[in-house]
Design a protein around this ligand. Structure first.
Ligand code: FAD
Length: 474
């Protein structure tokens, strides 16, 4: 018979969502075990040293809302040391063979020219201030745009929207609703610029791992959760297998937090066959379709020369596939070997033909860097993300809540991100939502106890016109 151990909380998966949850429950004095199938914690938010560079398992070392974001807020609340290097610019844009650095939205005038910039201002009104009509609530952003602008007449403006979605959400404009774009835009502007975490994502999840183990939590690496045990109404624990010895253990707890997404969690309960994909209606000019998964291809490059003169994102407006590039070594030199610069590109996958996808990325790199590509700038790694290791377990805008059909079984992680919260900001918010669900509203008020209020919308005005700040890196 399998060995049996008792805990207060079992966490399945040591990704960022699992580690943050474990740290929260340890702070409450509970006995916590985290079970992770891989040899290292951090999931898609950590990195390995390869040829002296920090090559990430997923994320491009970036926190979407930087120092003001919800992840940073949770790290502060947990008393966890960390440093975030916020972008000092709105973004830069590579188009017509040149990079334009924009401190503010107003400087997009130079990128788009007066006519397309005027269109951006006209579209920005309803995106930022409007309220979607009933018809617009399920409308894809592509369909919404098509009614208001011509892609052929305004290619750079269309590319601006498209590349933001490809880089930040890993979905196409047909796979995200207009209301979700509104929520994201408001959040991106009111929270502030993205930031690169000091030491890269491995430093952040490494610190969380220390917090969990030093706080008395048990971290079982190289252990697979084989099944979630329950009586049909409430969860009892999980059955795990040590991948090295093959030994099985029954871990019992009244609370099981799953960091592995709704599909895999459901499979482990054995309650019903998992749906083949989340079904969410999205309309494209009246025709409903099933969303594509959030998938992507990422290239790590080492460069002898600095390409991006700031800490933010360079969006690429006239490439075939590559949506954007960051140069995280501008924020922390240790992310690249001495004398080199680390660049990371990201693009969505448009087909199942990986050779074609990779070749399209190489063609873009030749287009962007000319003769320097292959001489001064070389590819370190190229990897695609989909299936069990996607960019997002549930595409942006699909509404999954932490609660499940089983009492005591909850979900955290990027599958449970609330509307408007990107990637790891959504992971932190999923943990806040879980705590809200468990603790109920604040005493004497209807407000949730843990999910913080959003910064005021007026803060977004900050991005309209900003004074220039000195560039870093270069
Ligand atoms: C290419 C790419 C670029 C990205 N860029 C960024 C970025 O710059 N900024 C950003 O904020 N986000 C980014 N993201 C998204 C971000 O990485 C994820 O949202 C985040 O890391 C997800 O964390 P999580 O805890 O939800 O899940 P995960 O990190 O996936 O953690 C789940 C863990 O569960 C483990 N597990 C699975 N099944 C089992 C089992 N049966 N038993 C035990 N363990 C199991 C897995 O091994 C994994 O460690 C990017 C993602 C990708 C792929």
């Amino acid at each position: 018979m399998a060995e049996q151990r008792d805990f207060d909380v079992i966490v399945i998966g040591a990704g960022l969502g699992g580690l943050l949850s474990a740290a929260q429950f340890l702070r409450r004095g509970q006995r916590v075990v985290v079970v992770e199938r891989l040899a290292h914690p951090g999931g898609r938010f950590t990195a390995k040293t390869f040829q002296g560079a920090q090559v990430s398992t997923g994320a491009v070392h970036m926190l979407p809302f930087g120092t003001n974001g919800e992840l940073a807020g949770m790290l502060r609340a947990l008393g966890m040391p960390h440093r975030i290097h916020d972008s000092e610019v709105f973004a830069s844009f590579h188009v017509r063979g040149k990079q334009y650095v924009c401190q503010s939205l107003a400087q997009l005038l130079g990128v788009l020219g007066p006519r397309q910039f005027g269109e951006l201002v006209r579209l920005g009104g309803p995106i930022f201030l409007g309220k979607p009509t009933p018809e617009e609530r399920t409308m894809s952003f592509a369909a919404w745009l098509e009614r208001r602008m011509s892609r052929a007449r305004s290619p750079e403006l269309y590319a601006y929207f498209e590349r933001l979605a490809h880089f930040a959400l890993s979905v196409d404009l047909t796979d995200i609703t207009y209301p979700e774009v509104c929520e994201i835009t408001k959040n991106m502007l009111r929270y502030g610029p993205p930031g690169i975490v000091d030491g890269g994502c491995a430093a952040l999840t490494g610190e969380l791992e220390r917090r969990v183990t030093e706080g008395g939590g048990e971290l079982r690496l190289l252990h697979d959760v084989l099944a979630i045990e329950h009586d049909g109404a409430a969860v009892r624990g999980v059955r795990v297998r040590d991948k090295q010895s093959g030994d099985e253990t029954l871990l019992c707890a009244p609370l099981v937090i799953s960091n592995i997404g709704p599909q895999m969690t459901k499979t482990l309960t054995g309650m019903s066959a998992p749906a083949d994909a989340p079904t969410v209606a999205i309309s494209d000019g009246g025709v409903g379709h099933r969303r594509h998964e959030a998938s992507g291809l990422k290239v790590h490059l080492l460069s002898d020369v600095s390409i991006i003169p700031h800490k933010g994102i360079m969006y690429c407006l006239d490439t075939e596939r590559i949506a954007g590039i960051v140069q995280p070594s501008n924020s922390d030199r240790r992310l690249a070997p001495p004398g080199k610069h680390l660049l990371i590109t990201h693009q969505i996958l448009r087909s199942d033909d990986m050779n074609a996808e990779r070749e399209a990325a190489r063609a873009d790199l030749r287009r962007l860097f000319g003769e320097a590509f292959g001489t001064k700038i070389r590819i370190l790694t190229m990897s695609q993300y989909r299936g069990e290791w996607p960019v997002n377990r549930v595409a942006q805008g699909e509404d999954v809540t932490p609660g499940t059909d089983l009492a005591g079984l909850y979900l955290v992680g990027d599958a449970v991100k609330p509307s408007g919260y990107l990637m790891v900001e959504g992971v932190a918010q999923s943990v806040n939502s879980l705590l809200d669900l468990l603790d109920g509203p604040q005493a004497g008020s209807a407000r949730p106890a843990h999910t913080p209020r959003k910064p005021p919308r007026a803060r977004a005005l900050h991005w309209l016109v900003r004074p220039p700040t000195p560039h870093a890196g270069a």
